[in-house]
Design a binder for this molecule. Structure first.
Ligand code: SF4
Length: 473
């Protein structure tokens, strides 16, 4: 069987595309290998939304090209968002690349690997996978992403994602439900719903309140412990959505709402609208309707025309809003974004200073919030041995999303005397917090809950086999 190795870069939406491509190839007899040196075919699924991501993608392609020049690999395929921008340049400038497939051509991965000519798809990607599309999870087997929609119709001036991912399009309601049921039957305990804007789900299908309706149905799936959704658009946080989250235990008390800025004038230049006061009222409404909710957001600093006063307003807003998790991006001047034509560009040093200053404010907030958890006990999902050492496991409370938020380092698991007694990743436990760091916690599992039997009667996977399918490190 030919062996194929995948490098998957960028966001979870791109990871799902890699999982679909792995599924399509595995169904056709390919073996997925974690070692580039063993691969006959190498696939780099790229990211390209800002400069640092583009650089990482080009570096990865060139690294894999070395394996083709000096190793076993016969083919090098480049997929993803970089292709949507630089399809011809990649072909011209990196001769080791045998084929390029865009975000709309995911299903053409087999043809590309087989050396068939892959014709570029229509100008705007339209591909959307469904529950019968083969897919191999690259996440640990107790947690999985489900992409519920693709593309975006918002006009944010700094963003080129609509050019890379196409117009907004939702997956069929029942297809998402069936996929979630299949994943739960396969042992997945946590589902993370993703899309460019999950709060717009179903509108293009004529569904009103599509996301709350979807969440209600997903909350009824027996063997799921946690259902989370990421990437909310701020002006779509409806009372119906909040009431739905509050009404169902399986819907985690967690919201990810990228706000991008808080100054009215900067938000207007970003073509996003709103302002700090409106956002504070929204956060108060969320915290009142969903007690104990954890809130994540992200901001861009250095947008053209951002004055020191605008930045000060953003700092004041962050101090007042007290998010649990926050990301800050330095503005990246993308030539195909509307903001490229804006005046008032800001120098890199000022942008860097503002990013560091805003993160320093959040660091203090995070420390204070996490310290308040010391001595308390929380229900958490055990995730398995930490990347640092097998002696320490990691876990997450429902207020911690995978890959982007902090985690709990578990130094002790009650009732476990040797590795043979270790629970399966994805098992729920009560964890007493003993220490707090800037963004992580330390604790000990004082009680481990038995995992409910899998609906299909299949035995629980032994700890080792719950490792994710191999993506090249
Ligand atoms: S909503 Fe997000 S993906 Fe869509 S244009 Fe705005 S920033 Fe880009």
């Amino acid at each position: 069987m030919p062996k194929v190795g995948f490098v998957s870069l960028g966001c979870p939406k791109n990871l799902v595309d890699s999982e679909v491509m792995m599924g399509i190839l595995a169904r056709s007899g390919y073996e997925i290998t974690p070692r580039a040196a063993d691969a006959d075919v190498l696939v780099v699924n790229t990211c390209s939304f800002i400069e640092p991501a583009r650089k990482e993608s080009v570096d990865s392609i060139l690294e894999m090209a070395e394996y083709k020049k000096f190793g076993r690999a016969q083919k090098l395929i480049v997929a993803g968002c970089l292709v949507e921008r630089y399809r011809d340049e990649i072909r011209e400038q990196i001769p080791e690349v045998d084929a390029v497939i865009g975000t709309g051509d995911v299903e053409k991965i087999l043809a590309a690997c087989e050396g068939e000519t892959v014709h570029d798809s229509e100008p705007s990607p339209t591909f959307l996978y469904h529950d019968l599309t083969p897919r191999i999870l690259a996440t640990p087997l107790h947690t999985a992403y489900i992409k519920i929609n693709e593309g975006c119709d918002h006009p944010c001036a700094f963003c080129i994602i609509p050019q890379l991912r196409g117009r907004f399009r939702s997956r069929r309601f029942e297809s998402v439900i069936r996929e979630a049921e299949n994943l739960a039957a396969a042992g997945v305990r946590e589902i993370n719903l993703i899309g460019q804007d999950t709060t717009f789900y179903g509108e293009d299908l004529g569904l009103r309140n599509g996301l709350p309706l979807l969440l209600e149905r997903l909350a009824a799936i027996e063997n799921l412990d946690w259902i989370r959704f990421l990437y909310c658009y701020p002006n779509r946080i409806t009372p119906k959505l909040l009431d739905t989250i509050a009404a169902h235990e399986r819907l985690v008390k967690y919201m990810d709402i990228p706000l991008q800025h808080a100054s009215r004038s900067v938000l207007a230049r970003m073509k996003r609208g709103s302002n700090a006061d409106a956002f504070l009222k929204m956060l108060t409404r969320i915290r009142r309707t969903v007690p104990g909710v954890s809130l994540r957001t992200s901001f861009i600093v250095g947008f053209p025309g951002e004055t020191e006063a605008d930045f000060r307003e953003l700092c004041g807003f962050v101090r007042e809003a007290e998010f649990d998790w926050m990301g800050v991006f330095a503005y990246s001047d993308e030539e195909t974004a509307k903001s490229y034509a804006c005046d008032g560009k800001i120098d890199a040093d000022t942008i860097g200073r503002r990013r560091d200053e805003l993160m320093a404010i959040q660091q203090k907030i995070s420390q204070r919030k996490l310290r308040k958890k010391i001595g308390k006990t929380f229900t958490a999902m055990l995730e398995g041995p930490s990347a640092e050492t097998d002696l320490v496991w990691t876990a997450r409370i429902e207020g911690m999303a995978p890959d982007i938020d902090g985690k709990i380092y578990v130094t002790e698991i009650a009732g476990v005397n040797d590795s043979s007694e270790l629970p399966s990743p994805g098992t729920m436990a009560r964890i007493e917090i003993t220490e707090a760091r800037d963004y992580d916690l330390i604790g000990r599992a004082v009680e481990v809950f038995a995992r409910p039997p899998r609906p299909n009667g299949l035995p629980e996977p032994a700890t080792a086999s719950s490792q994710p399918f191999p993506i090249l490190a």
